[in-house]
Design a protein around this ligand. Structure first.
Ligand code: GDP
Length: 304
């Protein structure tokens, strides 16, 4: 773990073995390496600043113990702090005590919400749940069809306001709030125990889209609102996450496209500025490319 940061720190510390306590100069040299590693991983600048300040404080107070050399000691501190921010243990979905568990997906267009809906449904189905998808992205012409394809792949029904779907309710086709409400009603009637509601995104944060998402949230009172964010988003992670947190008060984060080159700094940025846990990782276009988010693995990926 932490091979390359460890290597860098070992290089920084090569003359320090045997010292009982790290000096301020030693710590500052180390913190510079850590800052570089985090910026390389595309962690937001403001988050890097705050994070490294905490590392510096802890490292300055740390005794170098017998078992660990100074670089191992600091890597340990960095690891602990990273896991603390990323949420420690993976948080599970909070299930409803009665009636269907309602999961709403929110995020920018292209973040991976529709794809995630299928993955999440298939994963829940494998655990014995009976999920249903609801298509509330009525903005993008193909979004409903795309969700239907995704539903087919996952082997779960899709509630959608278009002809030829599983719905036999009379739903106004242009109103996502009404569709969301009707979808949840149908799940309740047909005894599906999880409803996953896909919502519209825009390419950038936009007041109208956020208002729509907020109204859907108020109408269906979800157990979880998952904010889906593309791990390649880079420095925009903070602004986007803050806007969605203010807009829909999401309860968890899904990091998508982790199969790409991104080192996953967005996870640290989003978790750090919102305090919300990252719960899942999406790792490809296929319906099975999905996993629980593991803070420890992400910590090593960020610092790799
Ligand atoms: P939405 O607009 O948020 O619903 O995003 P989509 O689910 O339509 O995804 C946008 C594009 O990203 C599609 O081409 C997906 O196939 C692709 N995509 C989604 N998730 C992943 C992922 O984890 N990895 C990769 N490589 N592509 C993904």
């Amino acid at each position: 773990m932490f091979n390359s940061l460890s290597d860098r720190l070992t290089a920084t510390f090569k003359n320090l073995r045997g010292k009982g306590r790290l000096t301020e100069a030693d710590v500052d040299a180390t913190v510079r390496e850590i800052r570089r590693a985090l910026l390389d991983a595309d962690v937001a600048v403001s988050v890097v600043r705050e994070f490294t300040a905490r590392i510096r404080e802890r490292a300055l107070g740390a005794e170098v113990s017998g078992a660990l050399n100074p670089s191992q000691q600091i890597v340990k501190i960095v690891n602990e702090e990273l896991q603390e921010v990323l949420g420690g243990e993976t948080r599970r979905i909070r299930l409803a005590k009665t009636g269907p568990t309602i999961i709403m997906l929110a995020g920018l267009q292209g973040a991976g919400k529709t794809t995630l809906a299928g993955k999440l449904a298939k994963w829940l189905k494998a655990q014995g749940h009976s999920p249903m998808l609801v298509a509330c992205d009525l903005q993008r012409p193909n979004a409903v069809t795309q969700l239907q394809i995704v539903g087919e792949r996952a082997g779960v029904p899709v509630f959608a306001p278009h002809p030829g779907t599983t719905s036999d309710l009379d739903v106004p086709t242009g109103d996502p709030v009404a569709v969301a409400r009707a979808g949840v009603d149908e799940a309740r009637q047909k005894l599906y125990d999880v409803v996953i509601v896909d919502t519209a995104g825009r390419l950038g944060v936009d007041a109208e889209m956020m208002d729509q998402a907020r109204r859907i949230r108020q109408a269906i009172i979800p157990n979880e609102v998952l904010f889906v964010i593309d791990s390649m988003i880079g420095q925009d992670a903070v602004n986007t996450a803050v806007a969605f947190d203010e807009g829909v008060n999401f309860t968890g984060v899904v990091l998508s496209k982790l199969d790409g080159d991104a080192r996953g700094g967005a996870a640290l940025s989003v978790a750090s500025v919102t305090g919300k846990p990252v719960m899942f990782a999406s790792t490809g276009e296929g319906v099975d490319d999905f996993e629980l988010f593991h803070p420890d693995r992400m910590a090593s990926r960020i610092l790799d």
